[in-house]
Design a binder for this molecule. Sequence first.
Ligand code: N01
Length: 559
Amino acid sequence: MNRADPSSSTYTTFDAVVVGAGFAGLYMLYRLRQLGLRVRAYEAGDGVGGTWYWNRYPGARCDVESMQYSYSFSEDLQREWHWTERYPQQEEILRYINHVADRFDLRRDIQLETRVIKAVHDEKNSQWTVLTDRGDKVVTRFLISAAGCLSAGRVPDITGLDSFKGKWFHTGNWPHEKVDFTGRRVGVIGTGSSGIQAIPVIAREAAQVVVFQRTPNFSIPAWNRPLTEEEQLAWKAKYPEHREKARRTRSGILYEYSQRATNDVNEEERQQEYERRWKRGGANFTHAFNDIFINRESNDKAAEFVRNKIRCTVKDPKVAELLSPNDHAIGTKRICVDTDYYETFNLEHVSLVDLRATPIQEIVPAGIRTDAATYELDAIVFATGYDAVTGSLDRIEIRGRGGKALKDKWSEGPRTYLGLMTAGFPNLFFITGPGSPSVLTNVVVAIEQHVDWISRCLQHMQAEDLDVAEPMAAAENEWVAHVNEVADKTLFPSTKSWYMGANVPGKPRVFLPYVGGFGNYTSICEEVVAEGYRGVRFGSANAAKDRAAVDEAFSMPHR
Ligand code: N01
């Protein structure tokens, strides 16, 4: 694809610009093409795949089962793709995404190694002017963010990192070539989903692994295994039925959602149920009873079962206690799904440092210095997470009506209508944006639902000869209030988590996703459409194209 000449004053025109070419960007591109629109997707990576392109850390694997973590929009695609394991590895998911890009001939509209850095709405012409780090200057009617919820990685600001003599890595931006830890002393900071997956695999190679833990997390075994041909065929035979059912569930995933409350059964039955789910593996565990997310006592019972499992698995009782979470309700931080995580702490060469007791003071040339000791290391792995949900949008300067920056509008927390749009920013759409179920779901299902909604909205605009769509402030206010109201009925806001923005210093403490359930959310979105896009104001653009106004909006001299 030809690259832009940064010195050129020429603006390329598209009907729609999509930011990102992961699961969301690819499917959006596919649907926009079906609408006959001229589209360009910009992708920062040198390949498609988004999160699954960047997250190549050892052990990276999805915690949603393969048969469900895939697109459903093409019956042929879902029948022909062959998954090899119960939970898919990063490498296999990336292969799948590349297959999709080729199968639907999507690459010709994707510009790789290009980051969108600025987008300004030009009210006069009702269009967006978009600027990339490669010097592209683009004018587009619609701007669609497929930038991802977990793509803005965070390396904590620890004094002395620059002085470290060894190598350091962030799990979310892992090198493409294999990192060989054989014979190395490796420090891992962070024990969320990424750390919990990476630690056992790194420990297979490394001479020594030191895990720096601030907060222990709950983890359920994956019991990953190869998928048999029979299992796949049986699932595929009922794919449409399975998909339809999944779309009506709380998380877009076919789990066993219990209809029983924790106290509906006696202690013996309760323990049997936890045990049965533990043996089945995965996040299904947190649906053992229907009040785990809303009743602290019920939650404590499920949490205690997991703590007991940790005590039974980890031989050193002190280490077991440190690994046992007791400061948050199970499930209110993303539940982890692991292979041999707790077992790894029985290995001689693996040790655990409790950062609560002995915080990190600094990174020194030889390693990491805490209050208690200096740990000499050859490599440091930061499994320290993301500026989630809003981070990828914050990194783009997005200006709407009156030049108002999105970042300023959201300074006290994101405000959206259905997580799809925000008032004051016409024709800007978010895929899995804040205020939508997004990270609480099988995100591929959430992506498809959002892309389909946006496509339908654009189709409606085409049919009615409308150019502008923008949510009404009142509808947005109502939605934000509803998002908070449903979150407040759960245990989620009681926990300091990235769902609450609590992992980023200075980020407003607002519950970011919509916890009212994916099925309910989808019904609301459908009702909005049935009621003529209730809460969305449509309009026609001023037809005159005024180049000077575009330049003015972009603060760029017209050459
Ligand atoms: O990040 P996290 P992640 N000093 O934010 C610690 C998805 N995902 O990359 O809790 C010391 O969960 C931090 O400690 P604390 C999934 O949705 C999915 O692991 O802030 N420690 C925490 O332990 C997941 O939830 C999959 O006290 C510091 C860790 O780093 C999301 O991505 C796999 C620190 C960060 O955990 C993010 O997971 C991987 C500091 N200064 C990821 N700063 C699957 O599908 C942070 N920490 C399986």
